[in-house]
Ligand binder design. Structure first.
Ligand SMILES: [Zn+2]
Length: 115
């Protein structure tokens, strides 16, 4: 694969790895700050009312879901790196414009197939 010989490609992969790490640490932060998911519920009870807890929990669950979804996309892209098929459109098989990958490293389809 030609793209893998490119320094540009290495930078994109670095971005993906970095993105995965930051998503994972964000998920961890959410898990440790969610009163419902916290290991010590008696401490959470001191933080506020049950309604506040439910609200905070609801928000963190939806944020966490978004992060999990993004994390899955990043993992999928990294998997493709491993398989050597990263940078190729999953729909038409053409090479995805590296400029597109630089902006959106998780892209698995070319611009034409995404629209
Ligand atoms: Zn395509």
């Amino acid at each position: 694969m030609l793209l893998s010989m490119d320094g540009r490609f290495k930078e994109i992969v670095k971005k993906l790895v970095w993105q995965k790490q930051s998503i994972e640490s964000e998920i961890q932060t959410i898990e440790t700050s969610d009163p419902v998911l916290m290991q010590f519920p008696e401490e959470a009870a001191e933080l506020g009312t049950a309604a506040w807890e439910a609200d905070a929990h609801g928000t963190s669950v939806s944020v966490k879901n978004d992060l999990m979804l993004l994390s899955a996309k990043v993992s999928h892209a990294l998997e493709k790196v491993g398989l050597g098929s990263y940078g190729m459109c999953e729909k038409c098989g053409k090479t995805i414009d590296p400029r597109r990958l630089e902006v959106l490293p998780i892209a698995v389809r070319c611009q034409t197939c995404t629209i």
